[in-house]
Design a protein around this ligand. Sequence first.
Ligand code: UT7
Length: 326
Amino acid sequence: MKYTRTEIIGCGHYLPSKVLTNDDLSKMVDTNDEWISTRTGIRSRHVVEEGELTSDMALNAANIALENANMTAQDIDLVVVATLTPDNTTPSVAAKVAGRLGVKPGTPAFDLGAACSGFVYSMTMVDNMIRLGQIKTALVIGVESLSKIVDWTDRNTCVLFGDGAGAVVVRAKEGEGLSSDTGVLATKIYADGTQYDSLGTDGGVSSTKTAGFVHMNGKEVFKYAVGAMCEACDAVLSQANISTKEVDWLLPHQANIRIISSVGQKLEVPDEKVIVTVDHHGNTSAASIPLALSESVQAGKIKKGDLVLIPAMGAGFTWGGLLIRY
Ligand code: UT7
């Protein structure tokens, strides 16, 4: 029996050229490279220049992904952008990017808000639409300009975040329904709104008429993140009937090296199979997973046929997992 899977056929990423190192930050707030690198694993992050917008980064990543996929914007049936830092409150970044790319008018495009889990949520939606036969192809982008909602006088948060974009082009592929087929093998998403105040911004359109600045209860988030990401990994592995030993790469949301290492240790995935980009990207929220994926593919680490386990967790709280045979 034929079985439809969602296959990633191209990916791309974009990082703004401006880099902020920990030493740069130590001139702005009372911090130092030693504290930031030991507590978070972050050494540098990219930040947008004045006038460089979320949609600009998304467009750059999307163009590379389309080129890698050997497709044009005209071939795309759906555009989804995961972000919490849009250019405008409305319309969506997805609509802007679709228009600038030259996606056919009439093609659906929307933004998805699930914070750091945004890419996992987006891929879950897209995978379901593809398997239902509603669309054949999609462009899925994760992009953030977090530097715009960071309070640059607050050392508790400003050292943690960065800007960037990652994109994938996915296409329906008929397979046998085996775990050796390439494509998305399993997805699972979750939320717990009782944790609404643990991580987020202190403002928004309907409350303060501003975007607000990021704040969080770091310790609470940290503890929750490890358990939630492990839960999501277990769920997708059991759905696909695959053991952790078969996983080629663990590619977690990149928030903090200590969270990433704890998840790796709990799942018993050896360090050399864990993708880490937080050191040079910081936490880029919805962009972190597609950024890390694209960078790892470009570097020749993740290869066609590799089994990639992708957990994420973020504000909401939201969390989830993807199991993909690349
Ligand atoms: O994307 C998903 C969401 N985000 C996350 O997953 C982040 C989760 N949380 C974390 O990564 C960590 O909790 C942080 C990195 C945010 C903080 O690490 P921590 O080990 O929990 O530190 P802490 O907040 O308990 O702060 C320890 C000390 C405090 O000083 P006192 O009270 O012990 O004197 C802070 O004031 O470190 C101080 N501190 C800093 N010192 C130098 C906080 N930020 C800084 C800083 N530089 N930038």
